[in-house]
Design a protein around this ligand. Structure first.
Ligand code: BG6
Length: 612
């Protein structure tokens, strides 16, 4: 996903921009650029394909570019291949206006043709350059940059976060947003815009979140915000709590490894503040017993790993609430004419809180009258702010593209909400409520128990990293957990992998099993352990190599059949995936490491996809 950073103030902008872009590298990108305005040199634009280091080399770490007003961008290509020309910032034909953009302009082609008929020539294949040229057209027409921006925003359709500077305005940075996140930063020596907090937290923790349709005018001493009618708005400030090192590797080889090891603490921070005197207390959400009684339908909507967290929660919630729960891919939900009314509860699960498919599905659910609850990890994110209620996971910033603590804290949050609702509905006994709550509170230390012996998983990864197709099989909660384990492996090691419900093997998939095929057999769900064992026997009879994941109590039994066994501590059967997922994350990590993959920034992937 693209990253935007901008600064106007009393310091050189280029080093601030480069550092901000470096902090956003984790979002995934293929080119980068900056534009800085200086009194002596006017508008200076530097951009290059490839890693940010190429831009730093091009500008001698920004020292070649002077000025205290600038914008920067890391581009994740949507329109136009990754190259120097298509990289942002894009400049108007007369060279006076520079613009960076995150999002997609749906009607850029018709605007491009219209401008071309008026003699405008284009250097790139991007939708963004069309906006820069349209801005010049309106600016020439009305003579005011703010008015020109307003006219452009009324003309274009699609999603955007814009950063704009103009050589005629030496002390002004203009920003606008619709669907793509953009944050305002209030600093001591100037003011900032950024796609996410990591880009500016070293300079300020005092931020405000732009809403759709808003335009901001930043100078070194002020930030003025207007709505689409140019009515001035007062913005509520937020103070960013987490420490700067939280978004740094701190000596670990990869962010993903650091974040896997951070899971016990992340889960503890998500659960503990919400349990008081043996009861779940969810101050942040306003679901009442009366509302819960009237729930007729529950949807969970999400993408990627968040969808797989919902797949686990479906089993948990149906056990606890004895109500049907439907988990739907957000990209499917929004176009499926979903059955939503005022008695439908829609849970939107999103680590970043910015995934466009999930945001669009959330808006569709609200349009249909549903009650929406977001589970997000980023405070003030778009999905968090648009849902009726939000329950934050306190995982801290997650930098690796392939989520780990984001997923496991989603599981914990969904377990909490499910138990809370079951209690409101009276569908769970006091005894089971207490048992699950007790186990929820000791999840962190049980995760840590396994993590004390992760070398065993590292060893198995060194045995099995050379397979080019790996199957995950499991039943019930193990199957749902296997979906995420398989995705982790695909995302970072690029090995083809699929997760199958073990009972399905005999209905087709088993034809794929041949001598030497690696099967990761998941047998942590106690009630179906014997079934899991029989499936291990079934695939071994076809020559498969089996790496089993089970619980300590079943290790000995499983070792009689499987080629390799990883065991995790026991917990309540509904919470077992929270423990079983950790070896699957580490297995994927070490396999990818053995294969020399770019673990924190896998090819073609972005941390959060804010485009369709
Ligand atoms: C993908 C990420 O782009 O989006 C996944 O690579 C993530 O890790 C998925 O699970 C959904 O993202 P989010 O932020 O909505 O949970």
């Amino acid at each position: 996903m693209c990253g935007i950073v901008g600064f106007v103030g009393r310091e050189e902008a280029a080093p601030i921009l480069l550092e901000g872009l470096r902090q956003m590298e984790y979002r995934g990108y293929d080119s980068a650029g900056i534009a800085v305005r200086s009194p002596e040199k006017g508008l200076q634009v530097k951009k290059s394909k490839g890693r940010l280091q190429a831009l730093a080399d091009l500008t001698h770490n920004g020292t070649d570019v002077s000025g205290c007003l600038g914008i920067g961008h890391t581009r994740w290509a949507t329109h136009g291949e990754p190259n120097d020309i298509n990289a942002h910032p894009h400049v108007s034909e007369n060279g006076a206006i520079a613009l960076v953009h995150n999002g997609i302009i749906e009607n850029y082609l018709e605007i491009k043709e219209q401008l071309a008929r008026q003699g405008v020539s284009f250097a790139s294949d991007t939708d963004t350059e069309v906006v820069a040229q349209l801005l010049e057209f309106h600016y020439n027409e009305c003579g005011s940059m703010l008015e020109a921006v307003g006219r452009v925003l009324r003309r274009i359709e699609g999603s955007y976060a814009f950063g704009i500077i103009c050589s005629d305005y030496p002390n002004a940075l203009i920003a606008a947003r619709k669907d793509s996140p953009l944050i305002l930063g209030y600093g001591e020596n100037g003011n900032f815009i950024a796609s996410d907090v990591t880009a500016i937290i070293k300079h300020t923790r005092d931020v405000a979140y732009m809403n759709d349709g808003e335009i901001a005018v930043l100078t070194e001493n002020s930030i003025d915000v207007f709505d689409s009618e140019m009515t001035p708005l007062e913005k509520e400030h937020s103070f960013i709590e987490w420490d700067v090192t939280a978004a740094e590797k701190c000596g670990y080889p990869h962010f993903m490894f650091k974040e896997i090891l951070e899971q016990p603490e992340a889960v503890r921070k998500t659960i503990s503040p919400r349990i008081r005197d043996g009861r779940i207390v969810l101050d942040d959400i306003s679901l009442t017993a009366e509302y819960a009684e009237n729930i007729s339908h529950i949807y969970m909507i999400a993408c990627g790993s968040a969808f797989y967290a919902g797949s686990v929660a479906k089993y948990v919630w149906e056990q606890l609430l004895r109500r049907p729960v439907e988990v739907v891919l957000a990209s499917e939900f929004r176009y499926s004419d979903p059955l939503v009314d005022e008695n439908t509860l829609v849970i939107a699960i999103s680590q970043s809180g910015e995934t466009l498919d999930t945001m669009a599905a959330l808006r569709e659910a609200k349009r249909l009258g549903g009650r929406t609850l977001a589970v997000c990890n980023v405070v003030g994110s778009s999905i968090a702010r648009e849902a009726d209620d939000v329950l934050y996971t306190w995982a801290g910033p997650e930098i690796a593209v392939a989520t780990s603590k984001g997923y496991s804290t989603q599981l914990a949050a969904l377990d909490l909400i499910g138990l809370y609702l079951a209690d409101l509905l009276g569908s769970v006994s006091r005894e089971e409520y207490d048992e699950i709550l007790t186990e929820l509170q000791v999840l962190p230390e049980k995760m840590q128990q396994y993590l004390e012996h992760y070398e065993e998983t590292q060893y198995y990864a060194s045995l099995y990293f050379n397979h080019d197709s790996i199957f995950f099989i499991g039943r019930n909660l193990d199957f749902a957990m296997g979906l995420e384990g398989s995705l982790k492996l695909k995302e970072i090691s690029y090995i083809h992998s699929e997760a199958y419900a073990s009972g399905e093997l005999k209905h087709g998939t088993i034809s794929l099993i041949e001598p030497g095929t690696l099967v990761v057999a998941l047998g942590t769900h106690g009630p179906l352990f014997d079934k899991a064992m029989s499936n291990v026997v079934e695939v071994k009879a076809r020559g498969a190599t089996v790496l089993a994941v089970t619980t300590e109590g079943f290790r000995e039994k499983m070792e009689k059949t499987a080629d390799a066994v990883i065991a995790v501590p026991e917990t309540h059967r509904l919470l077992q995936p929270s423990l079983g997922i950790v070896p699957l994350q580490l297995f994927a990590y070490y396999v990818a490491l053995q294969r020399g993959c770019d673990i924190d920034k896998p090819r073609n992937l972005a941390k959060s996809v804010t485009v369709e």
